[in-house]
Design a protein around this ligand. Sequence first.
Ligand code: SAH
Length: 394
Amino acid sequence: MKKLILKPGREKSLLRKHPWVFTGAVERVDGNPDSGETIAVRSSQGGFLGWAAFSPLSQIVARIWDFSESARIDREFFRARLQRSMSMRSVLLGPSENGAVRLVHGESDGLPGVVVDRYTDTLVVQLGSAGAYRWRDVLVELLGELTSAHAIFERSDADVLALEGMQPSVGERHGTLAVDPIVFEENGLRFRVDLQHGHKTGFYLDQRDNRALVRSLAAGREVLDCFCYTGAFSAAALAGGASAVTAIDSSADSLAMAAAHMELNGLAGAQFVAADVFQMLRRLRDQGRSFDLIILDPPKFAPTAALAERAARGYKDINLYAFKLLRPGGVLLTFSCSGGVSRDLFQKIVAGAALDAGVDAQILRWLNAAPDHPVALAFPEGEYLKGLLCRAPT
Ligand code: SAH
């Protein structure tokens, strides 16, 4: 029997149903398992802890599929997990033929390394672990059966693959991808998505509810949308009646798509600026500009806790300038999607920025990823996106 034996006393996190085994906790691996193969994880005393996928090249050397000894990790196991995950979405979000939704969110849905997003009738699968790679064909087949998707596209090209020692894997896995970009709806607005080249699986679905919030706050306000990507927050602001939107991103391709999105939705009043946000915020300040609603949705500054300090400086800087640009009574939606920066730390950084900017701001709301990106209580690392809705005094 292929198995991994832990060092004495290292079973605690697994007993709390945390699904990761780090190399430092391992006493030995028996039976020479292949990459991604299912192995039993046992305590130093031989007690069964879980069935896991073996990742020989990763710091996370095993990820638990199931904690129960009677479980069998086979096609039926994956069918049941996928069904469970998808039924939660239908309860939560209702049927939405033209919408986009995250159907599977990795560890937090009991499927470590497996992400599946649905854009209308097309699925995008993003695999990020040796175990997920091993079960690729089964997962794709099951997804085809369970969703009747027209096409399934694989986008396993995230940075984390390198940490797993895996090669990127990108391409059609089922059906044929439409030649034209897919158009889907979010909160009644239409967006195009480039599944092959877009960020993540093409769109930041995790911000859906926060865009709805922006829409509800935008009436009559002058908006600054920083790190706008393909303009989804800008579109929400204009649809909510913003008087004008200035949107900044360093990627010309993303801005071209953002402009196309305004046209697709018949929205006027956005000005797109190709620039570095760090520099542009200073320039706007020098020009004496100010805004009623500012969005800061930067890329991941710190994928791991080791990089948190450098990330903290980045967050401090942009939040400081955002507070300086905020009019009295204005609101700031500020986000971090860095796994290495906790909610607590992020709030401290934003507090420091407000203090240095001389703005006596309040938090009106703590912001999260939308509920199709759940966080398993046993897996706090799943909470990567955190944000604050802050208000400057009048
Ligand atoms: N708010 C977007 C998602 C932002 S993703 C949405 O809701 O869809 C982060 C974006 O930041 C990317 O589009 C990337 O091109 C851009 N970016 C990264 N570093 C930047 C910088 N220093 N200045 C401007 N844009 C930057």
